[in-house]
Structure formats: C-alpha cells, structure tokens
Ligand binder design. Structure first.
Ligand SMILES: [Zn+2]
Length: 282
C-alpha cells in the first residue's frame, strides 16, 4: 500500500514546529483554471499539478523513508493570457502571481520550511517567469531552496518516455501544444468521466505558435484554434496518460531528493531562460 502523504492543512502549528526541517519538503502544486478544448475540464492543469505532486511525494518516501514530504493545497491560479478569450480561463497578471507566490512562500519560510518544490503543470511564459522570479526573491531573502518542476522537465531536453511513445504514434511534441494528445490521455486515464465528448470527432489542429506570435497574434483563438485545443486529442490513450503522470512524478521525486541532498538538478535550456528574462515583462 502507498504511504499516506501528510497534508499541510491537516497539521497543527505544534506539529509543524516539531518537523525536522532539514528532511522536510513542501510540495506546492499550482496551475490556473483554463479552457482545455471542448473535451477536457478547465481544471485539467490543476488536476495534473496536484496528482503529480501527490504521487511524487509517495515516490520520495519510497526512495528515502527519512524524508518527509508535505502536500500543500493547490493554488488554482496562474497566467493564461493566450486562452483568456475563452469562457472558463481565469488568467491573473504576472505581477499578481509573483506577489502571491512571494507572500505564500515567505509564509512557509517563516514557518521554518527550508525546501519548497513548486509543482507546475502549465507552461505559459508569463506564468513560468512569475514563478521563477518569485523563487529567486524568496530564496535570496530567506536562504532556503526552491525549484519549479515543469520547466526543468520539459525545457531541459531530458529524454522522456512520454515523448518517445508519442513519436512512436507518429506525433510530434512540437505540434502537440494544448489540450493535446498528452493532456487528453492524462484525463482519460485518471478522470475518464470528465471527458466531455467523443474524441474521434475532434480533428487534428496544427498551428505554428511562433509564427502566430511573430504576426502579433496574441491568443490561440486568434491563431485559428477555434475550439481551444492544438494537437491531436483523438489519438489519446490511457496508457499514454499513465506514462505522463508516473514519469512526471518520478522525475519530480528525483529532483526533490537532488534538491535536499545538494546534488545537481536538471536545468532549463539557456535559450529558454534568456527568452524569459529578456522578452517577457511581468
Ligand atoms: Zn494544460
């Protein structure tokens, strides 16, 4: 049986004070409420962030039973300007997300926590930049250690089973962008009752986002994604959804152990970091 993961909200201050903070890590899931096509719920990324964090916490304990992962409630907020012209997307400003995370994580640091892992399932540039800047501010202020997960997993060019399996299906991750085969597979695997329509009715939608942005188009809808997805949801399988969840959780658990033991972590590619630093304004 899986170990039961401690929930932050279920603890008393006395229990929190008594934790060995050198062996404790807070997992903080975050992602916005956002449209994910006609076929997926607006909470798709919230479910993703939470489920990966929960499974990663279980994996951490299984790898090293002296470590104490604690699961924070999911923050259901983020920046999603690119889908904000659909009902159901709730996008907050980059500055708001930055301030929110600085305050939230400062509260955790004031409570004595030394390791905070932000488990994210949403790769909007503004969202990612706000998270990374908040991490920098809090780490500088308190001398604690924090990381964000999704950027390090997807932008470090590490080999991923999920990508290999998708490529075997003839799909490229360059064109699977949003509410695509991966996200649809995840919901099909974990929350099949939340699939809203027959996936076979959804034609592939391929859009060159870079080209759209260059032309000054600001949303997926303006770029031609009229139904709110970009990719091939019709090809989703439960098997791919299982890989998505388990692989992300496994890598997140490894990163948590690397963070606590001071080992090197996978880093986002310099090109992406430069883009976030120079081209995105909070
Ligand atoms: Zn998503």
């Amino acid at each position: 049986m899986s170990p039961r993961i401690q929930q932050l909200t279920e603890m008393s201050w006395v229990e929190i004070e008594a934790l060995d903070k050198d062996k404790t890590v807070i997992l903080l899931p975050i992602s916005p409420i956002e449209e994910h096509g006609p076929h997926l719920p607006v909470g798709t990324d919230i479910f993703g962030a939470h489920d990966i964090a929960q499974l990663a916490a279980i994996n951490v304990v299984e790898k090293n039973s002296t470590l104490q992962p604690i699961l924070s409630p999911t923050i259901p907020l983020g920046c999603a300007p690119i889908t904000a012209d659909f009902p159901g997307t709730i996008s907050i400003r980059g500055k708001t997300l930055y301030n929110l995370l600085v305050d939230f994580c400062s509260g955790l640091a004031d409570s004595g926590f030394k390791y905070i892992v932000i488990v994210n399932h949403h790769l909007d540039s503004m969202h990612l930049k706000a998270i990374l800047e908040a991490i920098e501010t809090v780490c500088e202020r308190y001398g604690i250690k924090m990381i964000e997960t999704a950027g390090r997993i997807l932008y470090s060019r590490m080999p991923l089973d999920e990508i290999t399996k998708s490529e075997e299906m003839g799909l490229s991750m360059k064109t699977e962008i949003h509410a695509d085969v991966r996200e649809t597979s995840f919901i099909q695997y974990k929350y099949p009752h939340l699939i809203k329509q027959d996936l076979e009715e959804l034609p592939s939608v391929h859009i060159d986002i870079r080209d759209g942005l260059k032309k000054g188009l600001k949303t997926f809808k303006a770029m031609g994604a009229g139904q709110g997805y970009i990719g091939t949801p019709a090809r989703a399988t439960k098997a791919l959804g299982k890989i998505h969840l388990e692989e992300q959780a496994e890598i997140t658990a490894e990163m948590i152990i690397q963070l606590i033991s001071g080992q090197p972590l996978p880093e986002m590619s310099p090109g992406i970091l430069k883009y976030l630093k120079e081209s995105i304004q909070l």
